[in-house]
Write a protein that binds this ligand. Structure first.
Ligand code: FAD
Length: 373
């Protein structure tokens, strides 16, 4: 029986599994089986981490066993290395037991982790645990009846969403100040100026103060001081880092810190090994465009990858290659009841706000995690 192994139950991994399930149909459990491996027992709805700060009961975890079925199993363990000679991966289970799991086809979808380093101080928004820690620090300050200052460092989409969520959540809590620190000259600088301006306007409405063109070097947790790159400092009670991601790469060959794949997601120099999502350096060979580390790109890659894998397995079908999406698309949450969607194809662009944007926001969040209505 052929064995497909998928490492990582993030957006890339679960969507690859789902596409393969549909394509392989009743061959699963008969001549093909699949194993999903993740160090955590759950799929983390990462793009919604900011919501867990404002709502402690918000469930971000979906058990990975809920994505399995006939001929598909889940193994909780951490993949440490790939033994190419044996076509097997080495997995550590319960932190101790090392086990070799052989594969016929292997997908590396280990995603990414926060680029934040411990010695920079503050708290990175990267897991439910860190979201809970941020919440408890904010609550401690509010309970003590002090005025508190929260800094969100890094104004990419996740920084904007986090700052907006904090602003909405805390705007009636009295003396709370929220600052979003943007290293760039304006928000979401790849979008037109009017989109950046609209976003900033929305942030201002919920009490977020945005500062541009400055970086943060360090936060001193004891002294509660934020150190800016221009030499100035500021008193901040809670420092949340949203400064970007670094890929989880194992022992595969890498470039720009990500696993190098060809135009059909085959890992360079490895046989029967594929990689997509945040950990992979996926390039459109025709345009030279490198896919970004986003949920949307990971999900789109998974559909094509599953067809490539089935084609490689059966040896039939036409050659498929990666193409980057011809549409630029941003869906940004601006607090509980506001969102903004901006898309651009060629010279046409569209800005959507209000209820339609909220609907698109919920649909993209749910469909990425395979949540059915
Ligand atoms: C705070 C935050 C907000 C974001 N907001 C947005 C947004 O609004 N829109 C957007 O498009 N993107 C957003 N992103 C980026 C988005 O979350 C990622 O692009 C997406 O999660 C990539 O999916 P993935 O499956 O490649 O990786 P991940 O979601 O990182 O999943 C990787 C999985 O692999 C597992 N794993 C890792 N290493 C191993 C190992 N050695 N062994 C076993 N298992 C392993 C992990 O436990 C994890 O389950 C955000 C990211 C963060 C952190």
């Amino acid at each position: 029986m052929k064995h497909i192994v998928i490492v990582g139950g993030g957006y890339a991994g679960i969507n690859t599994l789902e596409h393969l399930k549909k394509q392989l149909g009743n061959r699963l459990g008969h001549d093909i089986r699949m194993t999903l491996i993740d160090k955590q027992p759950y799929h983390l709805r990462k793009v919604l981490l900011f919501r867990r700060i404002s709502d402690k009961d918000f469930n971000l975890h979906i058990p990975l066993t809920s994505y399995t079925g006939e001929g598909i199993s889940f193994v909780q363990g951490e993949v440490e290395e790939i033994s190419e000679r044996e076509q097997a991966i080495v997995v550590t289970r319960d932190g101790l037991k090392r086990e070799n799991i052989p594969y016929d086809q292997l997908v590396l979808a280990m995603g990414s982790s926060s680029r934040h380093q411990e010695d920079q101080g503050g708290i990175p928004l990267e897991s439910s645990k860190t979201a809970d820690l941020i919440r408890s620090r904010i609550e401690e300050g509010i309970k003590a009846g002090k005025s508190i200052h929260i800094a969100v460092v890094g104004a990419g989409i996740s920084g904007v969403e986090t700052a907006a969520e904090m602003g909405c959540w805390l705007k009636d809590s009295g003396a709370v100040k929220v600052t979003l620190v943007n290293a760039d000259r304006r928000l979401l600088s790849s979008a037109p100026k009017k989109v950046s301006a609209h976003m900033e306007e929305e942030l201002t409405k919920v009490g977020v103060n945005v500062i541009h063109g400055v970086k943060v070097c360090q936060y001193d947790d004891q002294a509660k001081t934020l150190y800016y790159s221009d030499g100035t400092t500021e008193t901040v009670d809670v420092c949340i880092w949203t400064t970007g991601l670094k890929s989880n790469v194992l022992s595969a060959s890498r470039e720009k810190g990500r696993i190098v794949v060809d135009e059909s997601y085959h890992v360079k120099g490895m046989k029967n090994v594929y990689s997509i999502g945040d950990c992979a350096l996926v390039t459109d060979a025709k345009t030279g465009r490198i896919d970004r580390m986003t949920c949307k790109e990971a999900v789109l890659q998974s559909g094509k990858l599953s067809r490539i894998m089935v084609k490689d397995m059966t040896g039939s079908g036409k050659r498929l290659v990666h193409k980057s999406i011809p549409v630029e698309f941003y869906c940004v949450s601006l607090g509980q009841n506001r969102a903004l969607v901006w898309m651009k194809k060629g010279k046409y662009s569209m800005l959507i706000r209000n209820r339609l944007a909220l609907f698109i926001r919920k649909s993209t969040w749910d469909s990425a995690s395979l949540i059915k209505k």
